[in-house]
Design a protein around this ligand. Sequence first.
Ligand code: NAD
Ligand code: ZN
Length: 350
Amino acid sequence: MKQVPKVIFGRGSFKKLSEVISTYRDDGYIIFFIDHAHKKTGLVDLLPSDKNDLTFVIDTTSHEPKTDQVDLLRDEILKTKNQELPGLIIGIGGGSTMDISKAVSIMLTNEGSSRLYQGWDLVKKPPITKMGIPTLSGAGTEASRTTVLSATDKKYGINSDQSMFNIVMMDPDLLENVPDDQKFFTGMDCYIHGVEASEGSYINTFGSAYAKQSLELCTKVFLKEGGTNDDLMVASYLGGASVTNSEAGVVHAMSYGISLVLGYRHGLANCIVFRQLEEFYPKHVPVFLKMLEINNIVLPENVTKGVNREEMSVMIEMTYRMARPLTSALGDNWKNILTEEKIEELYSKM
Ligand code: NAD
Ligand code: ZN
């Protein structure tokens, strides 16, 4: 079983970042990728960077990570540093910024475009050592063995042990400034990871234990039963670890289509899809509907109304690419259950 070898957890941990990374300084310069929200929170000014280090402030407002974006970052780094490789890469932010840091760590040592490595176990060479510091919890990137990137025709993960972080620092104080709706949507990604992992046939005993505890903590937060940011941060990590020991399911398979064609962000796209999937997840969709209500979240309706024939085909095709999660969720004959007509019918309800 693949695990993150070093996890630092606790309020105030971020203050020790300089000390933690000092042991990696002998291996070379350090690259920081930090979400642009932290210009406002002031975290950018607290980075323990040296003059040889590189810092990239990532604007995550307009789109989720793209293959072209990762390839350009890799090229820029190699040009700026005359092909010299860094000793450590640090990603600070939500799933987007952490995924960019993971992808660049792989692409600095593997040739060609990141598009070549989207899929399962395609990475050939060991990546640069990397560290994740979540400042938004739920995506579970900090514990997962995937790096999700969008290309023009697909949204797909680099699913590989090489996508896993070597160190993760979890400081619940860093969640303080997350807006409530963003906290909810990304938090639901966590809830859905736990649901899909535990309901999927690819689950093992480790995955089940992670999923159970993740769901319990996540529910405590979003049913407002006293859950804290500490609970949410741990739920996110365990949710990521549960998928690592199982697979995603029908929600992720269909939500990628919504994100690819309609541009909805991952957490929100998952919520739009999950609401319509009670027949596949009868125990959990009612809990989700209750969480929506308690948190005063109103989801957009009729999002697929203006979708034309060609776009619908792209969405169906995207869902069909997710054979592994769909096999875990529905069995080997998933294509007989989730026929093209059935997918279109479900999308049309969204
Ligand atoms: P995100 O990283 O896209 O961030 C969403 C918004 O929150 C951004 O505008 C960002 O600026 C803001 N933000 C982040 N931290 C903040 C803070 N502390 N204060 C205020 N604002 C803050 O959102 P996400 O939901 O964490 O990640 C979604 C991405 O993760 C998608 O690309 C999705 O495909 C990917 N994902 C990856 C995995 C994986 O295992 N690799 C799993 C699930 C999702
Ligand atoms: Zn997800």
